[in-house]
Design a protein. Sequence first.
Length: 190
Amino acid sequence: MNPDNLQQRLQDAFPDTIVRLPDFRGEVSFSLSDFRKVAEVAKFLKKDCSFDYLVDISSVDHAGQEPRFEMVYEFYSIGAGQYIRLKTKITAEPPVAPTLCGVYATANWHEREIFDLMGISFEGHPDLRRILMWEGYPYHPLRKEFPLEGFESGGGDDRFTKPAPMEGGPFVTTPASLPHCREPRSKTPL
């Protein structure tokens, strides 16, 4: 299905809520103005447009802006070999988005990761609990206000409790000697 046909089908099914964003390097993106309809749009994409694979769900923290959080959904049609991106901003406080677990099974782990690291809850999720941090950890490490060196947690001997130093390590960046090269490099050359 070509992007223009997909745009027309989405706009016919969800009038006044879907807008096509400018293409960037051949990537097709849409903006959904009502985040509460994301599960409905996902069902439509899967059933009527053959986007049978949910590749990823991510979130963006726009600290200082309203709405603060944005969800980004990546879909793929295996038959057509086509990707699309759907973006929506969460206007609820505290941030809560509808789950896609009933539409795509892969949404389970993606949503748990976002819940754990960004603090966005998913209404209707069957098992919404932390996936990387331990239960009871009071912070969300991917939020903008979380310091790079972390917080002291007081979590006990079995948990890391001191802030990480901002020096050393195998992937700390140093100025590259080659122009236009911004890849992380080891501090000591091999």
